[in-house]
Write a protein that binds this ligand. Structure first.
Ligand code: PMP
Length: 395
């Protein structure tokens, strides 16, 4: 098969699954009306599939900081930090993140995807092992590939399986990196962190936790699962993103290990890409302050999450194992998921559609992401539409 034939095969597979003219992936979004509403297909639609957990994308403090940075420092840095230097904002944000977690150091990356790519591929290399949860995000899988280490998957959140695989590694467990997510992006469940920390200590491995979906969501000050469980000391490296609770774009890694700083000299996803723009850094710094003080926002977020999860559960939808701002309905077939997804859009609700192989274990998911900015009425409206579409989803 020629190189271009392979892409034709991709197009044909997509066409076989999706009705003519329905562009499910990359849907054109028109005017943005607010944090939770936008125009799609000429109609006002409720956003229930963005990761705007704290609803900060229009926070006046963030907008003001971004505008000022844009005026003072321009639209972009036009280079990587190694080549073109670190702006004051980059260094300040790294200090602020380290201080927020009470750790030694932080590195800021251009995206959360790159934070995982950079950290994982530099911590482990040829001859080492990386043990990852089967439901891991693509950035974790790609970081593993870039590392050249042996990749072993353990069953999703199954600590007996992780234990078994560590035991089998024998001495090699000492050169093993374990990777988990604070809240898993697919089903919204939390990592079994206490058991994981116990296992990594017992086997002398290193633990990296991706708090992409739990930053701002869990813990009194929003640090994530490490704060909710009081286990920050047990986790070696934490990565995360600015693109969800912080309402921007970028990523970070924090650690108490002084070795973290060496990534700046060896990590290709850090060295060979332009650094975050001044406006991005400025809005993220403002958002981090709001996140730390965001107790009320977290209360609203969790109230909305519980409301939607329990309504969908009552209606008989098969959901992830626990309530969370990610409320994923698990469908038996891609066709059912597609019918539910398009039914929701016709009723004015935009959510995420995840089909195999993007979703784990051949599952098809219709995934909602709840925000603190959603109103009670919006949650109830979503509940009514899911009720109306229940038969579609089950047939
Ligand atoms: N980790 C996880 C678990 C994610 O879900 C995502 C984004 N969906 C990322 C990392 C990457 O974040 P970013 O959007 O900043 O690249």
């Amino acid at each position: 098969m020629s190189l271009l034939d392979k892409l034709d095969a991709v197009a044909a597979a997509r066409k076989a699954l999706l009705p003519e003219g329905m562009d499910v992936f990359g849907i054109p979004v028109g005017q943005i009306h607010s944090t939770t509403e936008a125009e799609i297909g000429g109609r006002r639609i409720l956003f229930l599939g963005t990761n705007n957990y704290l609803g900060l994308t229009f926070a006046p403090e963030c907008l003001k900081a971004a505008h000022e940075a844009l005026d003072a420092e321009g639209t972009g840095t036009t280079g990587s930090r190694m080549a073109s230097g670190s702006y004051g904002g980059h260094r300040a944000l790294e200090r602020e993140f380290a201080e927020f977690y009470g750790v030694l150091s932080c590195i800021v990356f251009t995206t959360g995807y790159q934070a995982n790519l950079a950290t994982i591929s530099c911590l482990a290399g040829a001859g080492d092992v990386i043990l990852i949860d089967a439901d891991s995000h693509a950035s974790i899988y790609d970081g593993c590939r870039l590392s050249g280490a042996e990749i072993i998957r353990f069953r999703h959140n199954d600590m007996a399986d992780l234990d078994k695989r560590l035991r089998r590694l024998g001495e090699r467990s000492r050169s093993t990196l374990i990777v988990a997510e604070g809240i898993y992006s697919m089903l919204g469940d939390r990592a079994a962190l206490a058991d994981m920390v116990r296992l990594k200590d017992a086997y002398g491995s290193v633990l990296l936790l991706d708090e992409a979906h739990s930053l701002g969501v869990l813990g009194a000050t929003g640090q994530g699962l490490v704060e909710e469980t009081g286990l920050i000391e047990g986790v070696d490296f934490i990565t995360g993103t600015f693109s969800k609770s912080l309402g921007g774009i970028g990523g970070y890694c924090i650690s108490n290990h002084p070795q973290l700083d060496q990534l700046r000299y060896v990590s290709r996803p850090y060295i060979f890409t332009a650094s975050p723009s001044p406006a991005t850094i400025a809005s993220t710094r403002a958002a981090l302050r709001l996140l730390r003080d965001g107790t009320t926002l977290r209360e609203q977020l969790w109230s909305n999450a519980h409301r939607l999860y329990s309504r969908l559960h009552e209606l008989g939808y098969r959901l992830g194992p626990e309530p969370s701002p990610i409320v994923a309905a698990i469908l038996d077939t891609p066709q059912q998921a597609l019918a539910l997804w398009s039914g929701l859009l016709q009723h004015g609700i935009y959510v995420n559609l995840m089909l195999p192989p993007a979703a784990p274990d051949g599952k098809s998911l219709v995934r909602c992401s709840v925000s603190a900015a959603h109103t009670r009425d919006q949650m109830d409206f979503a509940g009514r539409v899911f009720a109306e579409l229940r038969a579609t989803a089950m047939s």
